[in-house]
Design a protein around this ligand. Sequence first.
Ligand code: SAH
Ligand code: SF4
Ligand code: F3S
Length: 474
Amino acid sequence: MIDLQLTDKTHDEARQGEALIMEAPKVLNARKLYIESYGCQMNFADSEIVASILLDQGFETTGDYHEADAIFINTCSIRENAEQRVRNRLSQFGIEKRRNPKLIVGVLGCMAERLKSKFLEEEKLVDMVVGPDAYRDLPQLIEQVGEGQKAINVLLSREETYADISPVRLNGNGITAFISIMRGCDNMCSFCVVPFTRGRERSRDPYSILAEAQDLFDRGYKEVTLLGQNVDSYKWKGADEASETMVNFAQLLEKVALISPDLRIRFSTSHPKDITDEVLYTIKRYDNICNNIHLPVQSGSSRILDIMNRTYTREWYINRIDAIRSIIPDCAISTDVIAGFCTETEEEHQETLSMMDYVGYDFAFCFSYSERPGTLAARKFEDDIPEDVKKRRLQEILLKQQVTSLQRLQASVGKTVRILVEGFSKKSDKDLCGRNDQNAMIVFPAAENVVPGQYVNVVIERCTSATLLGRIAS
Ligand code: SAH
Ligand code: SF4
Ligand code: F3S
């Protein structure tokens, strides 16, 4: 066994630029694959599917693109700057390609799907363009490139969930892992490119999800995060429409939770229009389902929510927050916010700020609106909020969140919390780190009898703006 390295570069939603290490059998004279992933956790999970497909083809992964035979970049289209980052990176890979003309450069993921063959015209160094539902075709596409042709497959599917492919875990802590439970999105929020890049929503067979979670647990993993663009609309009907096998998200959560009380369950993303009390009661009933809900609000104004096509109002959202607070009192709530959507007035922006006050989010991902070609908003509304106004509104949102996040962390000081140890702290190998139920990161001095994968009680002594600091409870 050797250590294989894979470097993932990401944006706001996932861990930033960590070198990810995994173990896999070394193959003699294997071709070397370098994958870099951008975007949401689902893209990261997809890179693990891609790695699995290519390891079966005799590839091994490398963390150094200079020695790669194939460079794959798994891309994100969510905002213009996400795409710009990919373009910049491609020009760096271009230098490598000129040095080694045999190098295969493949663009995967959402940008591949959005731009299709245009990518091959615009970026001459790119050999392959592969959309998110076409990864099973990678071996054949690679062969085509080997024969000197350009290769493309951007077909979207109504069925593909890669249910039978066992992902190669590239997130090397061996303790926490992602499991995709569905793909695509049917919601058509007017600002969002995802329905175009990921296609129709489809749920994955629950038995394959359970088998994957059980296998991870058997291999020592202690936390799984169930992933979907809107997990609350998870629905498995079984082979037969009328059969008893219907499984909704609350039922799926329960089935995964029953694997073992020592396996923690997280999930993302919840949708305010679809999150049910049944889901909330299921979270309450099982200690190992984490008290942590990511419930993107996007805006605090009902008029803006309406033209965003989010299909809920400010009042509806508040009702869902109240339900969470009353059913799961110590639940952490995080969100996504967009500043400066088309036609947003100062008063409507203030409504977003007052919503943030009302909820007191533990954490928020905040963005300024970026028009995406082909979306409903791009076709229907003018992107009329000047950049400097968007920027200022975003600053106000960020500042408010900074204050609230700090307050939420400070409220834990003095308490004893149970955490799952994930590994050594990034800053020092004398400290361990792990997350509590609410997903806050806690750093504490290592002790001989405490190892990654173990649950431990920690007394919180103080906090920084993003981290709790403590010591193991005696
Ligand atoms: N499925 C999730 C979100 C997926 S995209 C949901 O429905 O909540 C992640 C976040 O990116 C969104 O919640 C939104 O806040 C942001 N986002 C999406 N499109 C955007 C755009 N055009 N401009 C700015 N932010 C955007
Ligand atoms: Fe995009 Fe809306 Fe679907 Fe989320 S729910 S992925 S924001 S269309
Ligand atoms: Fe980006 Fe595609 Fe995810 S657009 S946020 S990588 S679904």
